[in-house]
Design a protein around this ligand. Structure first.
Ligand SMILES: Cc1cc2nc3c(=O)[nH]c(=O)nc-3n(C[C@H](O)[C@H](O)[C@H](O)COP(=O)(O)OP(=O)(O)OC[C@H]3O[C@@H](n4cnc5c(N)ncnc54)[C@H](O)[C@@H]3O)c2cc1C
Length: 387
């Protein structure tokens, strides 16, 4: 077998694990447990961890479900340097001698069967560079995975003949505003005229989508250190000082009022009503991702709301308020992962069938221009003891 095992590239921030790492390991374990039963096989989940002083993280990776860990500990690797990381990772996973120290490896092993990265600012870049180095393909921003056998007839891939591809990783990516899934496959070219293998099959995974496994300190697994050579080129960029910029807005609040592209008919006035409403209920204001691209011309003092610091979702913040009010937001999966921990959700939407309805405890069908003034009047009444 030339291709074996599922590798997870474990992300952390200077030794502090990111939750997406445990989420990826959990999903990898679930998939490979099923895989091993179905194909009567014994393939493993291997975490790869690069950094400085990260030995303790290796145990955590095992407690959360990894069968084995290969780590590289070096002061030069304290912060991610994309090209250095990509080179080291691709060297490790394509080195049979190293991989066979932690798991059973066939004599023919040359590369992983599957690899997972995080779909965040680091993982998106690193996954592309690593897969380029490994000469295979990549699906980015995936939120559902299956392993199955598929039958395919394709001009390029199979020369028009019907072929069965076993153990194919079916990678689902939310597209068209998050309401349709694209299935992405990374398949070997079987046609004699342009024969070429495309392994590993790899993807980056949206954070907060998959559940991690329960932490179990009784889980055991092999951990080995890989001594990577740090070359002159790796030291071309020196990180002298690193400062984490404090977000200009905190969404760690009891009540959040979030608005989306539904403001479009009258952006300035709609934001003003939302602002007034939020003030009355002591809420912080959040937005959906498209608003951070400043899509509408609004009064200059309202532009501050179009800030990336206010975005909720997979590319923004994960929030968990007591009350989340989504105004003119359709409910794309990338937005939902950011607010699904809210205790109570109210949505105001002019489309009776907007998908956010399924995520809401209370759905108000109507235009925000009509609904919000009524709510504001009611709140004024409550304040003045008239209701
Ligand atoms: C890799 C990737 C990552 C992404 N990450 C994020 C993320 O982190 N966060 C995020 O939010 N999105 C993210 N997206 C974008 C996401 O797919 C959606 O496109 C986006 O969430 C839609 O924003 P929206 O709901 O504001 O707009 P739309 O989908 O256009 O919805 C607008 C809604 O407003 C309603 N509406 C219209 N007029 C009114 C009115 N007058 N009153 C009330 N309702 C009205 C409409 O019925 C509609 O439901 C990401 C996409 C990709 C590809």
């Amino acid at each position: 077998m030339k291709y074996q095992h599922l590798f997870v590239i474990f992300e952390h921030d200077d030794g502090k694990p990111l939750s997406v790492s445990y989420e990826m390991i959990g999903e990898a374990k679930r998939l490979m447990d099923k895989y091993n039963v179905r194909y009567n096989s014994n393939e493993s989940v291997i975490a790869i961890i690069l950094g400085s002083n990260i030995r303790e993280l290796c145990n955590e990776a095992i407690y959360y479900g990894a069968d084995a860990v290969i780590f590289v500990d070096h002061p030069e690797l304290r912060y991610v340097k994309n090209d250095t990381y990509a080179r080291i990772i691709s060297n490790i996973v394509s080195n049979r001698e190293v991989v066979s120290k932690v798991v059973e490896c066939s004599e023919q092993y040359i590369k992983p069967r599957y690899i997972f990265f995080a779909a965040d600012s680091i993982g998106r870049h690193l996954s592309a560079s690593t897969l380029a180095a490994l000469d295979s393909g990549l699906a980015s921003d995936v939120n559902k995975l299956e392993i199955d056998d598929i039958v395919l007839r394709h001009t390029q891939k199979t020369g028009g003949k019907e072929e069965k591809y076993e153990k194919t990783l079916i990678m689902y990516r939310p597209d068209f505003s998050g309401f349709l899934w694209t299935q992405i496959l990374c398949l070997d070219n079987r046609d004699e005229a342009n024969k070429k293998d495309f392994h590993p099959q790899a993807c980056s995974i949206i954070p907060h989508v998959f559940e991690p496994l329960e932490r179990d300190i009784n889980r055991k697994g092999k951990i080995i250190e890989y001594k990577a050579s740090i070359e002159e080129i790796d030291q071309a960029i020196k990180i002298i000082k690193r400062e984490v910029i404090k977000s200009e807005v905190s969404l760690d609040k009891d009540i959040i009022v979030a608005f989306g592209r539904g403001i479009r008919d009258d952006p300035s006035n709609n934001i003003k009503i939302i602002e007034e409403f939020a003030k009355m209920i002591n809420a912080e204001i959040a937005i959906s991702l498209p608003l951070s691209k400043q899509p509408y011309n609004v009064d200059s003092n309202l532009k501050r709301y179009f800030s990336i610091a206010r975005v909720v979702g997979s590319s923004g913040k994960k929030v968990a308020p007591k009350l989340y009010i989504a105004i003119g937001i359709s409910g794309a999966s990338q937005h939902i992962v950011g607010m699904k921990d809210a205790e109570y959700v109210i949505a105001i939407n002019s489309d009776a069938n907007a998908p956010i309805k399924d995520e809401s405890d209370l759905f108000i069908h109507g235009r925000m221009e009509d609904v919000l003034p009524v709510l504001i009047d009611e709140l004024r009444g409550v304040k003045h003891g008239k209701v």
